[in-house]
Every structure is written in C-alpha cells, then in structure tokens.
Design a protein around this ligand. Structure first.
Ligand SMILES: Nc1ncnc2c1ncn2[C@@H]1O[C@H](COP(=O)(O)OP(=O)(O)OP(=O)(O)O)[C@@H](O)[C@H]1O
Ligand SMILES: [Mg+2]
Length: 369
C-alpha cells in the first residue's frame, strides 16, 4: 500500500486560505484521521490528495512520485465522499461491482469481492435493490463498499459514517478497523467525530482554520494536547480551561487559578499568565487536599449517564465540569469540593495558546514557551 507525503500544501479560495501550509506524512499502513470543526479544511485537503482539486501551492508525493498535478484516476486511490454518489439506475450489486469493471479479473473473482464487501457491511439482503429504495445509512454503506471492492494504494474517506445510527456506526467502525488490520491498508479518513478518531486512528491530525494544530497518536493528542484549541476540542466533556498565573514561592513553581494555588515542582520562574487545563475525570474528591488545584463551588447541574455522572460546578463566575461515580452523593445547590493532582494539570501559554512542557527540574520553566 501507499505512503503519502504532503509538503507545504495550501488551497486558496478567493483570498481565503481553506488549507494553509500543511505538512503531513501518511506512512504505509497508517490510519490517519483528519479531525477538526466544520469548515476547518478537512474535505479540501482530502480532495487535493485525491486529485479532485488543484493545490494553490505545495507538493503531494505518493510512494516517492510527485503526483501534485496528476489526474485523480492515475493516483490509484479509492475515495468515499461526504455526499455518497451512487449510480441511481444500477442495483446495489452493480454499484458495488462498478469499480471492478475496468480491471482484468474473472467474473467469479468479481462476484467474490462484491460478496465480501456486502457481508462486511451487512448489505447481503439488499443487493438487488436500487439506491432510491435504500435508507440514507444503507446508501452510505454501499458507497463505502464500493471503495472496499478495490485494492487501491490508499482509501480516502470523508465522513463515511455520518448518516448511520449509533449501532450501525459502531459496527461499521469495527469493520473498518478490522479491514485496516487485515489489509495493512493506508487510510486517510475525515471526521469530526472524536470517538471515530480515537478508536480507529493510528495518527490524528487536528486541523484548525486550515492549519495543523497537532499530529500525534490518539493517546498523545488526549494526554498532551499541544494547544488550548486541541485541549478544548478533543475529549468529552471538554477539558476545563481556566485563566491562571504561574509564579515561584519558597523554591516552588506554583499555579494560581480559581482562587486556589497548586504547587507544581521545585524551581523558579518569572510571573507568567497561563491557561490551566484539567480533565473532568481528574477532578477527584479524594484529591481535594493534596496540594494540587482545589475546586470549591456549588453543584449547578448533574447529568446521570447511567455508568457515571457529570457534575457542573459553579466556582464564582466559572463553570467547572467533573465526572464521578454514581455512588458519590451529589446534590444540586450543595457544596462540591474536589482537587486535581498537580501532575494532571496542563499548562498553556496564555498569549500563544501553546502547551508549556512539564519540567520537573529546577530549570527555567518558560524556556521555549
Ligand atoms: N469551492 C469552494 N469555493 C470557495 N470556498 C470553499 C470551497 N470549498 C470549500 N470552501 C471553504 O473552505 C473552507 C473549508 O471547507 P471544507 O469543506 O474543506 O471544510 P470541512 O472541514 O470539510 O467542513 P465540514 O466538517 O463542514 O465538512 C470553508 O470555509 C468553506 O466554506
Ligand atoms: Mg467536509
């Protein structure tokens, strides 16, 4: 399968940069997910890789060969679009087989490929229907199936599961993951669904307004978001982000925020405005007195998710979100006190929004920030 290199790729629409100087290497066998809010340039980037849109500047190489201006059909890529275009006059079976028509392959082999794709996507009983006789989710699965019958250099998919209900989405997600493992296929997959990104990706690319915010494994993106944007975008409920200040006292670097002080590590630093982040699951009642950040407020709202509860805590003017087990008695309007251990705090430079690295030794904290 293919390796795709993207260097300095940009797309300008009437003075507006939809994709802005993107560098990205998709290794052979990678499952790369392009993740970001609506309008951040995901589809535009994918269409340039596919060869459906000519870049304003930058290069694209597939397996070392420059394909920047090569037509789509010569790139050997299979694409599933956000709006799945099926041939309306052909049955599901013929739609699935269509990409195979140009290949030299026995009828028997073609039938087998179509059968495998149909089984993987639960379409066996629909093979004789026309697209207009299918639901939106079924049509979407046919569109995915049509990409799967081929053996391209890479699969490019643009929100292929967006019309499926929760159960089908989970099943199809598993099918795609299995397929990726089985074929060691290269995928570039667009979504704004975090669960899809976290569960399927070997590498996530977080995009914001056409630019790359961070590239990393799902774990890296979740555990060490490179910016306030990534911290606020990835994770549900989103990370708590509060204004704070770093300073040094008694040989310790400390963070002041929401009316309390967290001792971070031995050392010194200049006073510095910071954005301090902490995840809802790291807010623990047992950690209220451990020297981390203390949250002391009133329960504003409780959401019961069955397995756990999400607690919205009003601290002065701020709202802080915590998750805790169902066994914890939480009552609306009552006081809620919990803490976040210092190691679970994320520090961002307030001016740039970039992550400040956690430094345990007494060396200047703000070097590189
Ligand atoms: N053909 C076009 N002409 C002008 N502007 C365009 C064109 N295509 C996209 N854009 C703009 O470029 C930006 C990126 O669009 P794009 O479709 O890549 O976003 P996206 O991340 O795929 O969003 P979504 O999640 O909503 O599908 C948007 O501001 C969009 O309005
Ligand atoms: Mg899109």
């Amino acid at each position: 399968m293919s390796r795709i290199e993207i260097v300095g790729l940009s797309q300008q629409f009437k003075g507006h940069r939809a994709v802005d100087d993107v560098d990205l290497t998709v290794e052979d066998g990678d499952f790369v997910v392009l993740l970001g809010p609506s309008g951040c340039g995901k589809t535009t980037l994918l269409r340039m890789i596919a060869g459906l849109l000519d870049p304003t500047s930058g290069r694209i190489r597939i397996d070392g060969k420059d394909v920047t201006h090569l037509p789509a059909k010569k790139r050997n890529l299979a694409m599933v679009f956000q709006s799945y275009a099926l041939y309306p006059h052909l049955s599901v079976e013929k739609n699935l087989a269509f990409p195979l028509n140009v290949l030299k392959m026995s009828q028997e082999k073609k039938r087998q490929r179509v059968h495998e794709a149909a089984t993987a996507l639960g379409l066996e009983d629909l093979l004789q229907r026309k697209p207009r006789e299918l639901s939106g989710g079924q049509r979407q699965r046919v569109a995915v199936g049509r990409a799967l019958v081929r053996e391209p250099g890479a699969y490019l998919m643009d929100e292929p599961l967006s019309n499926l209900d929760a159960r089908l989405r989970t099943n199809t997600r598993q099918e795609l993951t299995e397929l990726h493992d089985r074929l060691a296929a290269t995928f570039v997959y667009v979504t704004h669904d975090q669960v899809e990104a976290m569960t399927m990706a070997t590498k996530i690319v977080v995009l914001n307004a056409g630019r790359v915010e961070q590239i990393g494994t799902p774990q890296q993106i979740y555990d060490a978001p490179a910016s306030v944007f990534v911290a606020g975008f990835v994770g549900s409920p989103p990370m708590n982000l509060v204004d704070g200040e770093l300073s040094a006292h008694d040989g310790f670097v400390q963070a002041d925020a929401i009316g309390t002080t967290a001792r971070l590590w031995p050392g010194s630093c200049e006073r510095h405005p910071a954005t301090i982040g902490f995840r809802a699951e790291h807010l623990r009642i047992a950690d209220a007195a451990t020297g981390g950040l203390r949250v002391d407020g009133l329960v504003h709202q409780v959401e019961n998710l069955g397995s756990e509860q999400i607690v919205y805590v009003k601290v002065g003017e701020l709202m802080v979100v915590a998750t805790c087990g169902r066994e914890v008695p939480v009552v609306r309007g009552e006081r809620f006190v919990a803490g976040v251990a210092a190691k679970n705090l994320h520090l961002f430079d307030r001016a740039t929004g970039r992550r400040m690295e956690w430094v345990e030794d007494p060396i200047p904290l703000l070097a590189g920030a």
